[in-house]
Write a protein that binds this ligand. Structure first.
Ligand code: SF4
Length: 509
């Protein structure tokens, strides 16, 4: 008797050629069409209308065990194979559609959730003006444009045509309106020599564009409401953290911003621990509480916290992935645990040659921005390139309570003040709250590791540049500013990792 698992295609799916000539799975229940490569299309066609074993498939398509295992696992993650995984995903489709409807309503009446943690990140504006010197000064709402056009202020008096107050920016093929840059200084046309805002000075805070008032607040929307966190990019973060009012006192301000069209990001519902491991929204919140319960009292232990988070999450994902597996050939690639050693040895994280090439390309872009008088962004990119090189050279902070003897050839580790450690722990507290579920929990955690380690190396580079072996808040503030303003460049770091082993070998049911 053959006890091998039989694989089936989910009911109602059709493998077809699209009008463009590529293979796809048409999926009416999940309202999508999934594009396929030729090999995966052949595999699905071999399964379509049959119940087949992996052995049958391998023999018919000429695939060895490892290749078959890899392809079946990838297809399962697309919810096209019949089984508990697809059933759970289909059960969550209503929640997805309900949330899509919820997001059509204004966010300003939703429940607000404040930042979490023992000493949550916080911010009170100290008017550094550095938020007005970025490449894109927007997006402006229609009401912003009408209001600003109608105001009389220094810059408005200086230009003949109101159009010159604004600029149209193309981001990934979409057009957005922002405040224009002054051709001479590269700053916002409304920003004065003392870095303060003309509109604010002459007409009050409420007259400024919503995006200007929103910075550095970051809003995520989930079925539970609006989650408030920070873009830790304020160049006065240390002072602004001290100057902050309690979060609860900002409720009216935040609701007004949301009412006026402040931008927010919609959480991916259903959430997935990892690609193809869906989780009901209600199940995420207890896990998040579990992760914050691991937060150490001492911020200097932030690496230990993140290592513990990685371990808990890897076990949780592995458990759910195994429970949902369609058969023994379908597995989940365990990757999170591999990042724990990198927390102690950050210089091992990236392929050295690729990191140097990436740093070089960032430095070239910095030079280009400098020629275009975009000094703030040019400085930021210069620092990101320096931070990446510093990380690869082994520049790092001493881990309290650990053996910090530098391996041969590496520089000795630097020390940090408690407040500087607090800033680094803020990265974890701030991003763990919601960012990890924007895509997949595992991908979010990996991005968090990269961000923390780069910020640390950059802060060390900054201290050393000052001639100090002690990292202070001036260094961490600047490091946070650079990394939080450089999302695309940080995203690319995920593509230059040092050899993380054979992905197929990492598959584990
Ligand atoms: S409008 Fe004012 S607050 Fe907004 S970017 Fe320009 S100077 Fe800064």
């Amino acid at each position: 008797m053959n006890l091998a698992t039989l694989y089936r295609l989910r009911d109602g799916l059709a493998v077809t050629r699209s009008p463009g000539g590529f293979w796809q799975v048409e999926d009416e229940e999940l309202r999508r069409a999934v594009r396929l490569g030729d090999a995966d299309a052949a595999l699905l066609q071999a399964i379509d209308g049959h119940s087949v074993t992996a052995g049958d498939l391998g023999a018919r398509l000429g695939l060895d065990d490892a290749e078959l295992r890899r392809r079946l696992s990838a297809l399962a993650r697309l919810y096209v194979l019949d089984g508990d995984r697809a059933r759970r995903r289909l059960d969550l489709q209503d929640a997805r559609l309900d949330f899509a409807d919820q997001c059509k309503t204004s966010a300003h009446k939703e429940a607000l959730e404040w930042p979490l943690g023992r000493d949550p990140p916080q911010h009170g504006c100290v008017a550094t003006g550095t938020c007005c010197t970025v490449t894109f000064l927007g997006p402006l709402t229609h009401a912003d444009r009408v209001r600003v056009e109608g105001l009389v202020f220094r810059a408005r008096r200086a230009v003949d045509d109101a159009e010159q107050l604004f600029e149209d920016v193309d981001l990934d093929g979409k057009h957005y309106l922002g405040m224009a840059h002054d051709a001479g200084s590269g700053r916002c046309v409304a920003q004065r020599e003392d870095l303060l805002c003309d509109i604010h000075a002459e007409h009050g805070l409420e007259s400024k564009p919503v995006a200007c008032r929103q910075f550095p607040l970051r809003f995520y929307r989930s079925p539970k409401g609006v989650h408030v966190s920070l873009l830790l990019a304020c160049d006065g973060y240390h002072r602004s953290r001290i100057a902050a009012e309690p979060w609860m006192s900002r409720e009216t301000e935040i609701r007004q911003l949301l009412h006026e069209g402040a931008s927010w990001v919609r959480m991916a519902v259903p959430l997935e621990w990892s690609a193809g491991v869906p989780v009901p929204v209600e199940a995420w919140w207890p896990v998040r509480a579990e992760l914050f319960a691991l937060e150490p009292e001492d911020a200097a232990q932030v690496h230990g916290w993140l290592a513990a988070v990685l371990g808990v999450c890897e076990d949780r994902i592995a458990r759910d992935a195994a429970a949902l597996a369609e058969g023994p050939e379908v597995a989940w690639p365990r990757t999170l645990g591999r990042w724990i050693p990198a927390l102690a040895r950050p210089w091992t994280l990236y392929d050295a040659d690729e990191a140097e090439a990436h740093a070089g390309s960032i430095a070239v872009r910095a030079g280009d921005l400098r020629r275009r008088k975009m000094k703030a962004d040019a400085d930021r990119l210069t620092e990101i390139a320096a931070g990446l090189r510093a990380q690869c050279e082994g520049l790092r902070l001493a881990r309290p309570g650990q053996d910090n003897e530098p391996p041969g050839g590496l520089p000795p580790p630097l020390q940090a003040t408690p407040a500087a450690w607090r800033h680094l722990a803020d990265i974890v507290a701030n991003d763990l709250q919601v960012q990890v579920v924007l895509g997949h929990l595992d991908a979010g955690l990996m991005a968090l590791v990269r961000r923390l380690l780069l910020a640390e190396a950059l802060a060390c580079w900054s201290a050393r540049k000052r001639g100090s072996a002690l990292v202070e808040t001036t260094d961490t503030t600047r490091a946070l500013h650079a990394v939080y303003r450089s999302e695309p460049d940080l995203g690319k770091l995920g593509q230059i990792l040092a050899n993380q082993g054979n992905p197929a070998a990492a598959l584990s049911a």
